[in-house]
Design a protein around this ligand. Sequence first.
Ligand code: NDP
Ligand code: HSE
Length: 447
Amino acid sequence: MKNAMKPIQVGLLGIGTVGGGTFAVLKRNQEEIRRRAGRGIQVTMVADLDVARARSLVGDAAAVVADAREVIANPDIDVVVELIGGYGIAKTLVLEAIAAGKHVVTANKALLAVHGTEIFAAAHKKGVMVAFEAAVAGGIPIIKSLREGLTANSIQWVAGIINGTTNFILSEMRDKGLDFDVVLKEAQRLGYAEADPTFDIEGVDAAHKATLMSAIAFGIPVQFDKAYVEGITQLGAQDIQYAEQLGYRIKLLGIAKRREGASSGIELRVHPSLVPAKRLIANVEGAMNAVMVHGDAVGTTLYYGKGAGSEPTASAVIADLVDIARLHDASAEQRVPHLAFQPDAMSDLPVLPMDEVVTSYYLRLRVADQAGVLARVTGILAEAGISIDAVLQREAREVGGEGSTQTDVIILTHDTREGTMNGAIAKMQALPTVLAGITRIRKEELA
Ligand code: NDP
Ligand code: HSE
């Protein structure tokens, strides 16, 4: 073993939830990590705005500074680990670190999903690595699986529960009947939620991650601006119950899917989805994450684990550090490309507009409990060429109590174009017997 090799020197920018975990795990497992990496990995400098707290965490094992630029300017630092978050100062620091010839490790999916093209191009030009295993699904090695383990495959689709906060909220609401706000506060206390939790609950964080997976799976540039994003804030408790009665669970899924044929391209979308309760992924609860990948050779694979939290995320950050330690002295050509495909061999498949997405649907209509209502609704669907898979009609008294004149009709459809469904929903909504906004939740069989 190359015991004599000089340890890799790491500068940590931000020692909060993930930075703290990274420092602690590197310290605890340093000997085992050194045996794997072939050389030591030492955090020798830490920058954090809260210098006193940072000092209390690292003791005298590393120099602590308030100004991250001091870390970047230090010629002894080989790798800069950015764990600040956001697209602001983090972007500037990452680009400055690259310009200074440092390798970069980051858990910052927001930064890479929005500015990845610029950052990867800068790294390629400078001949340094930007590693980001922790940016998608926390501790699950999904980037390595997609980029290396599944490299033989033409990937057909990727679908995952990739936001721990929302999965935690949906699980707690369903199992314990707790209120949305109460569970969100708990997710924040546990360190799962983003600095701005609207990123979690509105699906933005999952869309950042889905964007990164789409780039690696299909060799397309990162295009967060083209992703369809819908969170869980509009989900009603009754839809969670109706879905259960129909044999489904509702999960916030990030989906990237290859579409062949006339309008070929990539579907890139995040939204609540009905998933058959018998699928393993439907039973992924709490802050756990899971990603399904379907490749033409391997078939469907599933990756499961902790998608957030201090040490699970640190596990992924450190895996990147070990990769960099091993490849530090290798030439740039010997490295795995950032987005799995060689930079000059990327695909120009477009990300499809949402109207072109094809999926099946759960529709809930609050209707007047009168003869002929269901026939008019199904007539509109038939006219649009939308095929019905199942219909469930509640008894009016179950919905509105004794004497109620309203009821819920739930319709499951077969696959149809989103644009076609939008047209049909508009027509159904205009019926005088449809008494409230129609709820539409997309349905994924994931088979
Ligand atoms: P935290 O807010 O816990 O930590 C960020 C740290 O950076 C804080 O200590 C903050 O100091 C410090 N900081 C802010 N600005 C600067 C600056 N200019 N220079 C130096 N330090 C600075 O965030 P997390 O650890 O939760 O997240 C870090 C990154 O990891 C984010 O990109 C996040 O999306 C990502 N991530 C987080 C996961 C998680 O489970 N938490 C999981 C996967 C990815 P102060 O507090 O004083 O402002
Ligand atoms: N806020 C994110 C989540 C952290 O809840 O999944 C992990 O990326």
